[in-house]
Design a binder for this molecule. Structure first.
Ligand code: CIR
Length: 255
């Protein structure tokens, strides 16, 4: 969670047509712009140098730039999103990855994987199989990560949950914020589980960046809990992006 740099992508007006599992009404474009701008500012305030890529009108979900790639200081992996409408986002980010990283690996064929299913912890990179990341994709990613010198482990994303990280995020080396349904699964050996209060499950997609933790401002009980545990919380509005199933990790690639 110590990051110097990040890449984000400006939202296009088409973002209001972003994918969603359940229709709770379209988000407002102005609302998304404001949430995105506050997020970029919060990254900069946390000491991160942010590269802002232009909007992509043809890809409504392209603002969620975490999904088509995976980045580390030592190199990047170009992924293959499992959502058909998002597959082309990978080609769009490739030139930027080539610019910024010494080595860029392709996810081996066949299979699909999205960055929202990947949680980097102290000991291993966890890859959650989901409706977007299949077994072939997860296994291909394990092989690629081995080349990058990273140990990886395949786990299950709970059924009906979009991405593995929809339900968990790193708070520090030892601690993982997670939903109740992930607690006790044994997926995080050696880690302390910090469980989000019932009714605030969507708060589990928080984002630790350097000294601070970004948390959705719609989740006051989670904010209070983390505050009491001594974390420096930066509340950020996720009301509009939440309508298209997004949270705080998905709007950037960080390294
Ligand atoms: C999608 O369904 O792909 C987008 N509407 C939301 C993606 C959120 N990405 C993420 O949490 N990494």
């Amino acid at each position: 969670y110590a990051f110097d740099a990040a890449i984000v992508r400006e939202p296009a007006p088409s973002v209001v047509n972003g994918l969603r599992a359940e229709d709770r009404g379209d988000p407002s474009f102005d609302g998304i712009l404001a949430e995105h701008a506050a997020y970029v500012q919060a990254l900069r305030d946390a000491g991160v140098e942010v590269t802002v890529l232009p909007a992509l009108a043809d890809y409504p979900d392209a603002i969620f730039i975490e999904d088509p790639a995976l980045v580390f200081t030592e190199g990047a992996v170009l992924l293959r999103p499992g959502a058909a409408s998002r597959l082309g986002e990978a080609g769009e980010i490739l030139p930027t990855l080539r610019d910024q990283f010494g080595q860029v690996f392709d996810l081996p064929q066949p299979g699909f994987a999205e960055g929202g299913d990947v949680l980097t912890t102290r000991d291993a990179v966890l890859i959650g199989m989901s409706a977007r990341t299949d077994r072939a994709g997860a296994e291909g990613l394990v092989q690629t990560l081995a080349v990058l010198g990273r140990r990886a482990r395949i786990v299950e994303t709970p059924k009906g949950v979009l991405h593995f990280k929809t339900d968990c995020s790193l708070l520090d080396e030892e601690s993982i914020l997670m939903t109740h349904r992930l607690e006790g699964t044994g997926m995080f050996p050696g880690h302390r589980a910090v469980v989000v209060p019932a009714g605030e499950e969507a708060a589990a997609n928080a984002l630790r960046v350097n000294d601070v933790v970004f948390v959705g401002s719609d989740y006051p009980r989670t904010i209070e809990m983390l505050d009491n545990l001594g974390y420096k919380v930066v509340p950020l509005k996720t009301t509009e992006i939440g309508k298209i199933d997004a949270g705080l990790s998905c709007m950037s690639l960080r390294w």
